[in-house]
Design a protein around this ligand. Structure first.
Ligand code: NG6
Ligand code: CA
Length: 510
């Protein structure tokens, strides 16, 4: 009796699950024929438009090139700002960073600048069932008030939509030089607590300023405070010896975390924000890459970045996820050569052209500041081998990925983010009608082929040096006639300049 009862229950359950399986595809709100994709956003640091070989770079980047060739290559895609923190803020929140005070380059002990509860790409995807994780460079602050690095740190990425994190708090050149995961410093020995300060010299051991000759890599400007792993950094740090990272191992650690995340979540929809430390300074690649590019440590770091990308892509392949994973590859700002360490980035540059045909790079109001590599691969949906000239902003990813995944953005949130899914998938080749290129103040503006740079100083080189001073009337360039912003058309087309000046004001005050 029991046996036959069980059999009946099992067969009813079996029948029910068969019905459920049968109806499931009809209910899905997905594009016909494809399941909702996993999303992997690979975000390199300080990688210029021309730094990848598919965009003309002289350093081989076979994995990144392959990714681009298997999908869609953007020619006119932009980070929001020419530095890290505001770009990442805009990327995750779908809001231009200028709307909030205190969103410039953050010190390593800054507090989280995205208020818990603010919708982010991560929280939006999480709301529709994605497992979300961030690995690598964070640089959006942690905790509130004075952070105690020896206790659980809150708020962390967990409070703004990431189920998991394994991050460096700020940059490779800023203390604390430790990884943070689950709101705690990884491998911290409680008997050797960490102290961090940007205000006061708490580290009385010799600094980078005092012992430059003993350093593994010397500083050229700034970066002369606490010495960690033979390299002096910005800020002071004591303790946490066992938890300190080793720069040479960082790419392996981050790649390993990425592979592990995919392995653990391969059976459910996931969103991975995979933000490499490469190729930010200090450029200290593993011995597998050091000296291998023939273009110095900066080139070696590019090769290491490419290897890292290969690790993530291989892991998708291994789990049979490549076809239905949307992989986006980009960078947080344009390129820089001397960013504070003596690493021969200039001397060994050779014919390599980090900003491609564009003007200037990191920190600049000109195109090289924000026009970055941007590739989209989603074999199930996006044909291979495409290119697009659509104007695309990373600030649009919040609304675009939400639209793709069916997440609803609360009213008033992500105010600068536009649903540009058609452009992301290569179906609309125009993209945004206008895009702000955030600067310290003022901001520049793109409208179609036009670029308007208001009056003010702007970095105009891939190295520190005197800025170019844009005169009172501003500068206007037509990028369809020339890529490199050399001919100022502000006197020839004053009406276009006036329209753009007005538009900038309208966006800033909206
Ligand atoms: C600057 C640092 C630079 C880099 C940058 C942030 C000095 C002299 N320069 O202040 O080395 O760390 O901040 O880069 O300290 S970013 O990519 O994170 O925006
Ligand atoms: Ca950066």
């Amino acid at each position: 009796f029991q046996g036959s009862g069980m059999t009946r229950v099992v067969s009813i359950l079996f029948g029910l699950s068969a019905i459920l399986i049968n109806v499931a595809p009809l209910q899905a709100a997905e594009p016909a024929g494809v399941a909702r994709p996993n999303i992997v956003l690979i975000y390199a640091d300080d990688l210029g438009y021309g730094d990848v070989s598919i965009n003309g770079g002289k350093i081989p980047t076979p994995n990144i090139d392959k990714l681009a060739q298997q999908g869609l290559a953007f020619r006119d895609a932009h980070s929001s700002a020419p530095t890290c923190t505001p770009s990442r803020f805009a990327l995750l929140t779908g809001q231009y960073a200028f709307r909030q005070e205190g969103t410039g380059i953050l010190p390593g002990d800054a507090n989280l600048i995205i208020k818990p509860g603010t919708p982010t790409i991560a929280s939006l995807l999480q709301s529709v069932g994605y497992k979300t994780g961030v690995i690598g460079k964070w640089h959006l602050g942690l905790g509130e008030g004075k952070v105690n690095w020896n206790e659980p740190i809150k708020p962390s990425p967990e409070q703004i939509g990431f189920d998991e994190h394994f991050i460096i708090a700020a940059t490779g050149d800023r203390v604390p030089c430790v990884y943070v995961s689950g709101g705690r410093v990884v491998d911290l020995d409680p008997a050797d607590p960490i102290e961090v300060s940007y205000a006061e010299r708490i580290d009385l051991s010799p600094s980078g300023a005092e012992q430059p000759e003993k350093l593994k890599q010397r500083w050229s400007h700034g970066h002369d405070q606490s010495i960690v792993n033979g390299i002096s950094r910005i800020g002071w740090m004591t303790g946490g010896e066992q938890a300190r990272w080793i720069d040479e191992e960082m790419a392996d650690v981050i790649a390993g975390q990425g592979v592990d995340f995919i392995e653990r979540h391969h059976a459910e929809p996931f969103f991975l924000f995979f933000a490499t430390q490469d190729i930010h300074v200090p450029r200290v690649p593993h011995s597998r890459f050091a000296g291998k590019s023939g273009h110095g440590l900066r080139g070696d770091a590019i090769m290491q970045l490419d290897w890292t990308v290969g690790q993530v892509l291989d892991s998708l392949e291994k789990h049979n996820l490549a076809d239905n994973t949307l992989v986006i590859f980009s960078s947080d700002n344009g390129p820089v050569l001397d960013d504070g360490y003596v690493d021969q980035a200039n001397e060994l540059l050779g014919e390599h052209d980090p900003n491609g045909p564009y003007r200037a790079g990191k920190y600049s109001a000109f195109e090289g500041g924000t026009r970055v590599p941007f590739f989209v691969r989603w074999p199930a949906r996006v044909p291979a081998g495409g290119t697009t000239g659509a104007l695309f902003g990373q600030v649009d990813l919040a609304a675009t990925l939400s639209a793709l995944a069916g997440a609803k953005i609360p009213t008033g949130a992500c105010q600068d983010s536009r649903d540009e899914l058609d452009a992301l998938l290569g179906e609309d080749k125009t993209g945004r009608p206008h895009l702000v290129h955030e600067g310290r103040d003022p901001h520049s503006l793109r409208m179609g082929p036009w670029k308007f740079v208001p009056a003010g100083p702007s970095r105009d080189s891939l190295n520190p040096g005197p800025p170019t001073k844009v005169a009172k009337k501003g500068a206007l360039y037509n990028l369809s006639a020339e890529f490199d912003e050399t001919t100022n058309l502000v006197n020839k087309h004053p009406e276009q300049a006036a329209t753009m000046r007005k538009k900038l004001r309208a966006i800033a005050t909206s």
